[in-house]
Design a protein around this ligand. Sequence first.
Ligand code: MRU
Length: 356
Amino acid sequence: MNILNYETVALDEQAGELVILDQTKLPNEIKFLRLTEQKEIWQAIYLLQVRGAPAIGMAAAFGLYLAAKNIRADTWEEFFPTLHAAKEFLNSSRPTAVNLSWALNRMEAVAVNNKDKSVSEIKELLHKEAVAIKAEDVQMCRQIGEHGLTLIKDGDGILTHCNAGQLATSKYGTALAPIHLGRERGMNFKVFCDETRPLLQGIRLSAFELMADGVDTTVICDNMAAQVMKNGRINAVFVGCDRVAANGDACNKIGTSGLAILAKYYGVPFYVFGPTSTIDMSVERGADIVIEERAAEEVTELWYRQRMAPQGVKVYNPAFDVADHELITAIVTEYGIARPPFHESLKEIFRRKNLR
Ligand code: MRU
C-alpha cells in the first residue's frame, strides 16, 4: 500500500490509543505504534518516532486528551493539577518546535476556560479540541500548498531539506504541499532531497513520500547542495520550519542555515513554509530560540555498521539551526505569503488570521 494512504498520527477512539506511524522504521518497514502511557508518548516524540513540528503538536494534543481521560477526579481542583503536570511532561520531550507547546497550551486553555463544567464535560471538550487540531492541519497544509504553487512552474527543480511533507503533518505537508498539490493537478517537479544528516529525514522520508506520489525525485548528500545550485538545476529551495521569530529568522533542521547562505550566493529563491502555529511572535529573533542538542551516537554510530569516530572524541550535535531573515525570500503560511520586512508582513499575516 502507498505510504500516502496511511495516517501519520491518529486516535483510536475505541481502544483509547494514540496510533503513530513509526518514522524511525521508514522506508524499510511500515509499522504502527499504539500508545496509551504518557511515558511512551513522551518517548515516541523524543525518539522521533513521530516527528515534524505539526505532527508533534497533534500527537501531544491526543496524548494530553488520553492523560485527561484517565484522570480519576470529580472536581476541577482534583482534576487540573494532574492535567497540568501531564502537559508539562509532554512539553519537555523536545524544546525547539513551537507546535508542541502551542498545541498543549491550546488544550490546557480549553480546560481552564471551562472549569465551571463537570470533569466529564471537560474531558469531552478536550477530545473535541484534539480532533479539531488535526482537522485544521489538513486544511492549513492545503492552503499553504495553494500559496506555494504560485511560486513555481511545472518542471521546476526544487531542493528540499529534512522532511516537511505529509509524514510531518496530517496531509500534504508544508514545504512539500505545493509539490503534492501540483501532482493532483497533473504537474511534476524535479525534487532534490538533501540526505539530512544525522537522522536522514530527507533520504528516508521525503524521498519515500515523494516517490510514492510519482514525483521525479533525486537524493543528494548534504554537501552536494552547492553543486546542484551552481549547475542551475535548482529553481527554488523549499524548507519547513520549527519556530519562526517575529523578525522572520526561521529555525529548522540543522543544515537549513547553510542552504540559505548557498541559495543567496547562487541567486536561488529560498522559501520557508509553515503554518501560523509555527510562528512565535513572542520570540523577537532567532538567537532567542532554544536549539535542541541530541545524543553523540546519532553522529558517530547510528546507520553505520561500526562506530565511525575515534573513541572519546568530542561531538556537537545540534538538531536545528536558524536561517537569518536576510537570507529568506518569503515565508509561506496558510494566510498568504510574507515577504521582507518580515516584522511587518508577519503581523499582517496574523491580522488576516484574526479576521477569520
Ligand atoms: O527533528 P525533526 O525531524 O522533527 O525536524 C523536522 C523539521 O525540521 C521540519 O522541517 C519541520 O518540523 C517542519 S515539518 C512540516
